[in-house]
Design a protein around this ligand. Sequence first.
Ligand SMILES: C[S@@+](CC[C@H](N)C(=O)[O-])C[C@H]1O[C@@H](n2cnc3c(N)ncnc32)[C@H](O)[C@@H]1O
Length: 280
Amino acid sequence: MLSYRHQFHAGNIADVFKHALLTRLLLALNRKDKPYCVVETHAGIGLYDLQHAWAQKTGEWQKGIARLWSRSGSPELLRPYLDAVHAENPDGQLRYYPGSPCITRRLMRETDRLVLYELNQDDCETLRNQFRHSRHTSIQQQDGYTAIKATLPPKERRGLLFIDASFDQGEDFTRVARAVKEAHSRFASGMTAVWYPLMGRSAIEAFERSLLSAGLPKTLQLELFTESRDYSEHIPGSGLIVINPPYGLDQEAPPLLDWLWRTLSPEGKGGTRCEWLIPE
Ligand SMILES: C[S@@+](CC[C@H](N)C(=O)[O-])C[C@H]1O[C@@H](n2cnc3c(N)ncnc32)[C@H](O)[C@@H]1O
């Protein structure tokens, strides 16, 4: 039974963090002419109406994308992400927020292939409708973890696996770690990006240990948190693990995350992290 609906959370701090970094990964793939494939295991509906009752109920986007929208002087590194949000709001009023499938399709070249998995039937239908005219995009209403076997290695032999699980079920950390290992064994040269919530010290440490023991190549760990990391009350933020990150991401990410953190944490709580979990 799937209870998680991203419509409640679209455009929140975690979305801004993961989507801003996602654009950097896609732009890096675009540096070479050779076609590539992006596989997303947990796609959501693609485009979110921030006036929808669910988004209004939590108001999470007000502390996320709304804070960027009202600020000038954003760094150039953030431009592709902000352009993607602006493209959905051409009248200059923030109403729609693009999820990862929309951001990804916008940045990919037309002939690059996008494969989306979304298990929730209603969300999958909405996603299908959203991409009904999109060429080179396929949508599967299936468990996203089955994408690893079904799609890797892609025929292009270049690409990104993006795993953005909902973590509403306790076993997601274990399933994600298993998926990462399997993806690496099937497509060792591919890039994998995994989002995770900072849900508790022991869960994160266990997750890191399982990645460290998986025989992975160089892996960068990025985090943004806007509360203290004592884990006493809130989930303070989230992270992105990037296996086989593009050249230069370790240089781009710190100033990008620093600007995001200063904008998203006006009280100055929390911080950012950019470290090699597995160095070269
Ligand atoms: C965090 S949301 C995805 C947000 C999207 N990646 C974005 O950034 O716009 C997670 C999505 O995964 C879906 N989901 C949950 N379990 C799944 C599974 N086992 N396989 C595929 N999708 C799943 C949920 O219905 C939800 O839409």
